[in-house]
Write a new protein. Structure first.
Length: 81
């Protein structure tokens, strides 16, 4: 099992999984202020032509090298903005 890492290390292209381990997409962008260490959330790409889905920081669980696991069962459960 990989060690947890900071949100500051998340990069576009990392895998996103739901809380039950299903593939939710890939990181498109990390939203926040790195200088103030304020993590707002993630933009997750779910397909080639689909619009990205916003996932607030409160719904981000474990972050390990290359993978972000959410605390929700699906992206449709993510808090829309």
């Amino acid at each position: 099992m990989a060690d947890p890492v900071s949100w500051l290390l998340i990069e576009p292209g990392w895998q996103v999984e739901t809380s039950n381990g299903e593939d939710a997409g890939k990181i498109e962008a990390v939203l926040g202020d790195q200088n103030a260490d304020i993590f707002d959330g993630l933009s997750v790409a779910t397909g080639i032509t689909g619009d990205p889905t916003y996932v607030p920081a409160e719904q981000v669980g474990e972050i390990t090298e290359g993978t972000v696991r959410l605390t929700v069962d699906s992206l449709s459960d993510a808090d829309p903005r």
